[in-house]
Ligand binder design. Structure first.
Ligand SMILES: [Zn+2]
Length: 379
């Protein structure tokens, strides 16, 4: 949800006016470097992507061992990924003050910051973007994004997530005068809300499309009426909310004419995809992400989810954390974020069941194809 432009107006504004404090500074050099590397890895996933993955992993392991007391204590002497024992979000939160590589990052300070909804997307500690998870699969999490991780998310967003149709550049997708509606959590520091707010701050106004924000907590009939009045060209929502709106549309109680539907967050079930297509038609853009990494996988023009394997490592494992073979459904998944050196994330359990699809994708990309089948329910 980063990488391009957005002028966001708050449709409902429970937190009052946005803070006057600046967002984390946009790091042009990091952004250019991340875009260049991501483009090269898109063209050659195995060779360039593999080389980047190995070098980023080595740097991550080195940094975590040297500067994160949590990892140094938990896995002393670890020098390869599998030397690190899998970790849960709950454990990371319990040992939050020892997790990051910047000793100013404490749970007390982070919780004090996110307690004020007015400072969404303000620079925290002068440089970081801080966001929260909703806690649907465990305790709410506090995630610190540094300039390097924001640059990686921006690059993925611009070059992969919004580029399923190569005829449309990322800025074109945001900036062709279309009207966007975002439905989600808008009264706190939730990841997607914080990301859109950040865009509003860092992108020059001349490039900015209009994004109206609606709370997913609104009663459905009221939300539908507001969307009906706005008539957005693009709706950004999670699959559950979009499905509820699709049922209203099929009942004749809603009349949206969407060019595109952007879905993120939850896995998308096949039945949901059919429902959304029959209700709204148009182009459906789906991605799979988490608070731990903004866009783990993106959907190509053939409707397959491709893993951003140069920026993340996602292990499909059984209940004992042993790897499952390609083609088999995992019990859970372990995520390693190769972009963030400030809050290192190595083998964090996501509780999603995933499957690596062995067959090549007709789109031609050799970035791995995964299927995601939702939470395993163990946490
Ligand atoms: Zn594909």
């Amino acid at each position: 949800m980063a990488g391009s432009s957005a002028e966001v107006s708050m449709h409902s504004d429970p937190g009052g006016a946005s803070s006057a404090h600046p967002a984390p500074a946009f790091d042009t050099w990091q952004w250019l470097q991340a875009c260049h590397e991501t483009w090269q890895a898109t063209l050659a996933p195995d060779e360039v992507g593999g080389r980047l993955r190995r070098s980023r992993l080595a740097r991550l392991i080195d940094t975590a061992q040297r500067d994160s007391p949590l990892y140094a204590r938990r896995s002393p002497g670890a020098h390869a990924l599998h030397d690190f024992a899998p970790i849960t979000r709950a454990e990371l939160m319990q040992q939050f003050d020892d997790w990051a590589t910047d000793r100013r990052i404490t749970r007390r300070a982070a919780e004090a910051f996110v307690a004020d909804a007015r400072c969404v997307a303000d620079a925290w500690l002068g440089r970081y973007l801080l966001w929260t998870s909703l806690g649907t699969s465990g305790p709410p999490g506090l995630f610190v994004q540094d300039a390097a991780s924001l640059a990686a998310y921006d690059a993925i967003d611009a070059l992969r997530l919004r580029a399923a149709d190569p005829a449309q550049a990322a800025l074109g997708l945001w900036g062709l005068g279309r009207r966007f509606a975002y439905v989600g959590a808008i009264d706190d520091h939730h990841a997607r809300h914080a990301s859109i707010e950040r865009l509003r701050r860092v992108v020059p106004a001349a490039w900015a499309p209009q994004v109206e924000m609606f709370s997913a907590r609104e009663p459905l009939p009221r939300l539908a009426a507001q969307l009906q009045a706005l008539q957005p060209g693009v709706l950004i929502a999670d699959p559950g909310c979009a499905s509820a709106l699709a049922r209203l549309q099929l009942q004749g109680a809603l009349h949206l004419r969407l060019d595109e539907l952007w879905l993120a967050g939850e896995p998308l079930a096949a039945a949901q995809r059919e429902l959304l297509h029959s209700a709204f038609g148009g182009t459906l853009r789906h991605s799979y992400g988490a608070s731990e990494f903004h866009t783990i996988a993106f959907e190509c023009a053939h409707g397959r989810l491709h893993l951003n394997a140069d920026w993340v490592i996602l292990e499909a494992v059984d209940e004992h954390h042993h790897p499952v073979p390609d083609g088999a459904l995992s019990h859970t998944a372990l995520l390693t974020n190769l972009a963030n050196l400030t809050q290192p994330l190595l083998r964090c359990e996501l509780c999603d069941r995933i499957r690596y699809v062995p067959e090549p994708c007709p789109c031609g990309s050799t970035l791995p194809v995964i299927e995601v089948q939702g939470r395993s329910g163990t946490h």
